[in-house]
Design a protein around this ligand. Structure first.
Ligand code: SAH
Ligand code: DHB
Ligand code: MG
Length: 215
């Protein structure tokens, strides 16, 4: 199936997305620097950018920068004066991302996200929060997202399906357990309206959660 999913994704990309030398160069830089190729796909990047445009978000929080590929997609959708704070544990990833991002308005904070998040409470709330780091900590990231949000904030969680692993209640992988608890917490929170969709494409079989903080 992977071959067909990739073929369709590539077809969609060439039909819908403009050729983009900067984003292609970013992926090449990441590869040369030895970063894992776990960035969002181009169609997913465009989807994130469209969510930001549609919702009118001005302040974005990203947990998991890697080489800055998703941050660049989102930064481009921001209005003048908009801002992204992106949290990254690995200083090498952060350095490469900083080289890739010479766009104003992206601030990369190096360190474990759970140590950086408390420092953000004095900032104004975020309008869009993209959770895409170590999935074992997703339940804690959801708690922080709720603290750093306002009614109407969108919370987007990447990689929530992982080849269907979530349906295995005895799954030994703490990342899968983190995703399971993240989705269950979102469903039971009472403060969120949440859904998730499965995706297939160049990144395999996966999915995302989209939640909105209720009024
Ligand atoms: N959003 C990126 C991909 C992120 S990959 C994109 O689509 O382009 C996940 C990133 O999370 C990796 O760079 C990894 O180093 C980082 N990460 C892992 N654990 C973390 C933690 N505890 N705090 C912050 N970042 C973490
Ligand atoms: C992994 C992480 C991601 O954010 C992703 O999109 C794909 C894979 C991983 O840790 O394997
Ligand atoms: Mg991801």
């Amino acid at each position: 199936m992977q071959e067909q999913w990739s073929a369709v994704d590539n077809w969609l990309m060439s039909a819908l997305l403009p050729q983009d030398e900067i984003l292609e160069r970013v992926l090449k830089n990441n590869q040369q620097a030895g970063l894992p190729a776990i960035d969002v796909s181009p169609t997913q990047g465009q989807f994130l950018a469209m969510l930001i445009t549609i919702s009118g978000a001005q302040r974005i929080l990203e947990i998991g920068t890697l080489g800055g590929y998703s941050a660049i997609w989102m930064a481009r959708a921001l209005p003048e004066g908009g801002k992204i704070v992106s949290l990254e544990f690995d200083p090498h990833h952060g350095r490469i991302a900083q080289q890739n991002i010479d766009l104003a308005g992206v601030e990369i904070i190096i360190g474990p996200a759970l140590e950086s998040l408390p420092g953000l409470v004095q900032q104004p709330p975020f309008d869009f929060i993209f959770i895409d780091a170590d999935k074992r900590n997703n339940p804690a990231y959801l708690d922080w997202a709720l603290r750093l949000s306002r009614p109407g904030t969108l919370i987007f969680g990447d990689n929530v399906v992982r080849n269907g692993a979530i349906t295995d209640a005895q799954h030994p992988d703490p990342h899968v357990q983190g995703i399971q608890a993240f989705l269950q917490d979102a469903g039971q929170s009472g403060r969120l309206t949440a859904t998730a969709l499965q995706t297939t494409g160049i990144k395999g079989w996966d999915g995302f959660m989209l939640a909105r903080v209720n009024e």
